[in-house]
Design a protein around this ligand. Structure first.
Ligand SMILES: C[S@@+](CC[C@H](N)C(=O)[O-])C[C@H]1O[C@@H](n2cnc3c(N)ncnc32)[C@H](O)[C@@H]1O
Length: 266
């Protein structure tokens, strides 16, 4: 990736840090508020007020703060439940090593959700079939799945299409590892399975970029792709349109969830 392009997308990191700092601050403020109130009230001593009720009070306070600062609905639930759950799980007396193991496993699968609000969920086979048909129709030679999960779309496309070289890029370590096994099982020379961030990749060499991400990265992804992709190439976004941009085509996938593929031409 050129220096100019890298500089263009650097603000992303500070955005992620700002998000994490905001959520951390809500929890810290809630804890400090409850403990300050307890200290001020003085009539209630630690002996009389249990850790259970303190954690519940922090949960209520954090939930209210999340609501007052307009956090998305799921974050309000997460903030309300976080400290009460910490207390509840702590009282189960589980070996600390298990928590570390669970944390490392979750991080190595859901890194994208934590760092960029792009969780892991998979395209279904109907969607992959629609994408394969589009690749055939446009006679695309080079296709990339950005945030390729466990390689299921890459493998399906490689099995269905004869012409395309298909690349998959994924940055969650365990997900990537599973994807490597899945794509190796295909034994197709046309698959290029990569480890890395979709933000540090250059897309000028691709006829079709397939993305199944979330609402969060779409505006910034559009800026990056418009800057890098060449005339006549296409972004196909599963379920998440680019805000304010009219797609050239919307494909209705014939599946039970009514999946839409938003296709943008460059
Ligand atoms: C919704 S899943 C889609 C998986 C696959 N493309 C599919 O359609 O089945 C999004 C994937 O993007 C990955 N991801 C998130 N942020 C990423 C990044 N910065 N670079 C590469 N992959 C990322 C996540 O780990 C996750 O596996």
């Amino acid at each position: 990736m050129s220096m100019k392009s890298r500089r263009l997308f650097e603000p992303r990191r500070s955005l992620i840090i700002a998000n994490l700092t905001r959520h951390f601050a809500i929890q810290v403020i809630a804890v400090m508020a409850v403990f300050s109130l307890v200290w001020l009230a003085r009539t209630i001593s630690y002996g009389l007020l249990s850790w259970a009720s303190l954690s519940l009070a922090v949960g209520v306070c954090a939930g209210l703060l999340a609501w007052a600062t307009n956090q998305p609905v799921w974050w309000r639930f997460i903030h309300s439940a976080f400290v009460p759950l910490v207390w509840a799980i702590n009282s189960l007396d589980i070996e600390p090593g298990w928590f570390l193991l669970a944390f490392v496993l979750l991080l190595s699968i859901y890194r994208g959700a934590i760092c960029g609000r792009i969780p892991l969920y998979l395209s279904n086979s109907h969607t992959a079939a629609s994408l394969a048909a589009l690749i055939e129709q446009r006679q695309a030679r080079t296709v990339i799945d950005i945030g390729a999960g466990i390689g299921s779309v890459v493998a399906m496309i490689a099995n269905k299409n004869n012409c395309a070289k298909i690349t998959g890029i994924e940055n969650a370590p365990l997900t990537w590892l599973i994807g490597m096994l899945v794509t190796k099982l295909c034994m197709s020379k046309r698959i290029d399975w990569r480890y890395g961030s979709l933000w540090e990749f250059e897309y000028s060499g691709f006829d079709i970029v397939y993305a199944f991400l979330s609402t969060e990265p779409m505006p910034e992804l559009w800026v990056k792709l418009r800057y890098e992709m060449i005339r006549g190439s296409m972004l196909v976004s599963n379920s998440f349109p680019v805000p304010g941009i009219q797609p050239a085509l919307v494909i209705e996938v014939n599946d039970s969830s009514g999946t839409l593929l938003y296709c943008y031409e460059f």
